[in-house]
Structures are given as structure tokens and as C-alpha cells.
Design a protein around this ligand. Structure first.
Ligand SMILES: CC(C)(COP(=O)(O)OP(=O)(O)OC[C@H]1O[C@@H](n2cnc3c(N)ncnc32)[C@H](O)[C@@H]1OP(=O)(O)O)[C@@H](O)C(=O)NCCC(=O)NCCS
Length: 266
């Protein structure tokens, strides 16, 4: 019988660390994820997200969260994808870690964002979940750069980045909702990555990578179609070079991290 994973192979991906399991959020997980968010993510008035999705009237949080998860799934293609991974710890969903990319086969760059319920922050779990997705991106997807960002005051988020070896990559000034923020960009490569002392367990990678059309050719190779011409993805990437508004940095700034129920920057 056909399973949901046969239809949507992303649902088969499971990343396991010593204390956490990261799996794409399914609809049946949304109520528990909403409860985790409702339990509190940050101090009131201290919004850490590009879109202040936690600061909406109580009754809007659930529909907005569902909308964001459905949007990310329905707009996922090899050219542009956002994977929203639920974080399970001791059998309970405690937050969300996203990883996203645009023109991945061309740019080999991912962006990340995350949140954890407040009661469980500060125990190294935020670092563990980011180390998981970055390890997956570098070692399995073949990413060459991982980018992220956080409000310049967000020491918890920047603490995770610092601890994993991210380098500062400039700041910009913007408004998050009505508030003006100084945002710190950060950047990690396989060379600067301070790897964890554990090895990530990965299940469901092959089908996931195939689903997203991810090529893992040797550096410098141009992916080819069966007829020998450039692949459709590569051809499209060449037609839309990553400049200006099409750059992953800008796109990611407004995509995974910023929306409701996803993550937030770093
Ligand atoms: C950001 C977040 C995911 C980090 O997770 P966490 O579990 O709190 O962080 P960890 O306990 O894993 O800390 C990881 C590192 O950051 C450091 N760190 C944490 N808080 C810090 C602080 N206030 N100042 C300096 N460093 C800090 C830790 O010392 C640790 O580094 P180390 O291993 O080298 O000692 C979590 O705090 C969170 O969800 N915050 C609210 C939402 C948010 O801000 N999301 C990111 C938006 S950009």
C-alpha cells in the first residue's frame, strides 16, 4: 500500500543526535508543536524573530503556524525548499529547526532558523539541533556554506553560532514588525565548523535528496541531463544568477526564520 512517505519523501527523513530526534513536522504534530510555542519561547516584548509571529493574539497563533507549515511544504521544489524539522526530546516535541535553500545545486548554501520552548533552553539542546542540521547539510547534502542571522542582542542564538564556529558576516538594519533591529549575519563552512563529538545518525536521506533533485557531483562538475545537456535545475540557476533579491541570503532572511511557527534566524 502507498504510504505518505511514498508521496512526500521528506517525511521519511530522521536525524538522530544523542539527545534529540529531528523529523519533518506532520499535521498530526502541529497541536503539540503549538502547545510548545504557547508555553513560551522568549521573554514578553523581546521578540527574536524577523516576523514577530509569537506576538499575535492567542487565537491566531495556531492557524498562522499551520499556514506556515503548509506553505513551506506546498512551495517546496528542487529550486527552493524549506524543511521544518520538529525537535523531539524524551518523547515530546520541544521546538523547531528549519533548514532551507534556493538553487541548492548551484549555490550549495543552506540557511537555518530555530526555536525551543523556553523551559528547556540553556541545556545545550539548541546547539545540538543546529549541529545536527549543519552536519546533515555538509556531510550528506554536500553544502559548502551554512548561513544564519539573529538580532544583535540575541546572545543565546549567537552563542550557539559562536560555539559551532560560525564567523560574523556583517550586520544590517531593518524592522521586525514595528521595531527597528540591528541584525547580525553569521556564516559557517565545513572548514570552520567545530564539529560535535558525536556522529549524526541519518535515515531516509537517499529518497529525500532525490525528491529535492540534489546532485552530489564532484566539485566543479556541471550536472547533466540524460541527453547530455545541462540539467533543468542548473539551467534555471544560470538564468537567474544569485544577485540582488534572488540571493539566498536575502531570500532566506525572509523565509524560514521569519515566519510563523517555523524557527527564527539562527
Ligand atoms: C536560540 C536557541 C534555539 C538556543 O538554544 P539553547 O538551548 O538556549 O542554547 P544552548 O544551551 O544550546 O547554548 C549553546 C551555546 O550558546 C551559549 N549561550 C547560550 N546562552 C548564552 C548567552 N546568554 N550568552 C552567551 N552565550 C550563550 C552557550 O554557552 C553554548 O555555548 P557553549 O556550548 O560553547 O557553552 C534558544 O535559546 C531559543 O529558542 N531562543 C528563543 C528563540 C530564538 O531566539 N531563536 C533564534 C532566533 S534568531
Amino acid at each position: 500500500m502507498t504510504s505518505l512517505t511514498d508521496i512526500w519523501p521528506a517525511f521519511g527523513l530522521i536525524l538522530t543526535t544523542p539527545r534529540l530526534q529531528l523529523k519533518p513536522v506532520q499535521d498530526t504534530d502541529l497541536p503539540a508543536l503549538l502547545d510548545a510555542a504557547r508555553s513560551g519561547i522568549h521573554e514578553p516584548g523581546r521578540n527574536p524573530f524577523g516576523v514577530p509571529w509569537t506576538e499575535v493574539p492567542e487565537e491566531e497563533l495556531g492557524p498562522n503556524m499551520a499556514r506556515w507549515h503548509w506553505t513551506c511544504r506546498s512551495t517546496t521544489t528542487p529550486e527552493k525548499w524549506t524543511l521544518l524539522l520538529g525537535i523531539w526530546h524524551d518523547g515530546e516535541i520541544i521546538g523547531c529547526q528549519d533548514v532551507s535553500a534556493r538553487n541548492f545545486n548551484f549555490l550549495k548554501t543552506v540557511g537555518t532558523g530555530s526555536w525551543l520552548k523556553q523551559s528547556i533552553q540553556g541545556r545545550g539542546l539548541g546547539k545540538e539541533m543546529r549541529a545536527a542540521v549543519v552536519s546533515y547539510a555538509f556531510d550528506h547534502l554536500g553544502a559548502e556554506v551554512a548561513e544564519s542571522e539573529a538580532a544583535a542582542w540575541n546572545e543565546k542564538s549567537l552563542g550557539v553560532s559562536r560555539s559551532l564556529g560560525y564567523e560574523l558576516n556583517g550586520t544590517y538594519r531593518t524592522n521586525w514588525g514595528p521595531k527597528v533591529e540591528e541584525v547580525q549575519r553569521v556564516r559557517l563552512t565545513p572548514e570552520t565548523f567545530k564539529r560535535p563529538d558525536w556522529t549524526l545518525k541519518v535515515e531516509g536521506h537517499e529518497l529525500f535528496a532525490k525528491f529535492l533533485g540534489i546532485h552530489q557531483e564532484a566539485k566543479g562538475d556541471i550536472p547533466t541531463r540524460r541527453d547530455g545537456g545541462p540539467s533543468a535545475t542548473y539551467a534555471r540557476a544560470r538564468l537567474r544568477p544569485p544577485v540582488g533579491s534572488a540571493s539566498p541570503t536575502r531570500a532566506q532572511r525572509r523565509s524560514p526564520s521569519d515566519r510563523s511557527g517555523a524557527a527564527g534566524g539562527v
